[in-house]
Design a binder for this molecule. Sequence first.
Ligand code: FES
Ligand SMILES: [Fe+2]
Length: 415
Amino acid sequence: MLSQEENEQLTKVGRGTPMGDLLRRYWYPIAASSELIEKPTKAVRILGEDLVLYRDKQGRPGLIGPQCAHRRMSMMLGIPEKEGLRCPYHGWLYGRDGKCLEQPYETAEDPSSTFKDRIRMPAYPVQELGGLVFAYLGPEPAPLLPRWELFVRDGVLRDIGAAIVPCNWLQIMENSLDPVHVEWLHQHFFNYVQERLGRTEFKGQPVSHKMINFREFEHGIIKTRMLEGETEENEDWQVGHPVLFPNILLSGSTQRPTFQIRVPIDDTNTLHLWYTCYQRAAGMAPQEVIPFYKVPVPGVDATGEPDWSLLDNNSGEDIIAWVTQGGVADRTKEALGLSDKGIILFRRQLKEQMEKIQAGQDPINVFRDPAKNVSIKLRLEDAKLNSGSFRAGPRRQGGATKYSPVLDQVERAAK
Ligand code: FES
Ligand SMILES: [Fe+2]
């Protein structure tokens, strides 16, 4: 249980708050690169700041304030140009650094005008990697964009699923430090959902947790589990899988890993991305564009009744748990037990890293040495959940990949 003050310290993401300042030390994916092919501008809200992402005529992404500095027209309607984004109202042009580059009428009437040199829009650095557009909203100098191995791996196909989840980012992360929920939410509750939907396919082979463990490592926390019937030799206990500080879970298997990336939009909304790599079978062409898909967000109606049809997969079940905890879970009323030791460890880690930046140091996972940022490798267990017997349920109950556009293609090629 936390005090009100502690809960606020952990969950408020605005600029100038302790957590907001810590979170601003990291790069965040804010769009799939492919989204900017369909439409060259995208309204983005991140860490409580409204911005407009765009791609200029040279193909470079830019991220600037949402309204023109002149008389506030929306830059969502801005016209992409070679050097930036032009406001459609009176033609002021802004570069990727937010500087005003042109004011057509001002210079027409007064060619010596220096007015534009005093105009600057908010703007942040953006970079693309692995089909994602990342932004950095923190203090300069910006660290390197981490090249986690999934973003740079060769010989794979990828897709990117996304959902806007109406709750604070921390309860989503805490779910990733909570292995015990798997046997309940993704098994017993799953079977109950099937029953409620009048279906007859159920998950068998109960997964019962006997022991859970959490170990800090250089990039975050590795969580391991021992299930009923397993020994210390099992990969579930030996290898486990990592939670990368502060906002990424690595799940799946070596052959098909998924990053679940949680991007705080504001205190009560989170952009959730599922970034999956699939082995590319011989004869399959590499992707020119990494497809982007939307994952539906289950909610509850005014009476608390959920949309049951969206709860027949891991992601739907996780989301309904996060969302029904409240916009910001009230941790002054929680009752943590032995199953919550990973959550307690993660909160401690967050607190330590907040203290680090207050002491003027870089927190963990801030990379500044290019030699250490070529391809950052991570381990995860392949023989997950007792060698996968848990997964031998109805097809595609695994999670967001239920909605994946690439999975069908991959499965067809594997036949
Ligand atoms: S409002 Fe943008 S140029 Fe006038
Ligand atoms: Fe889950």
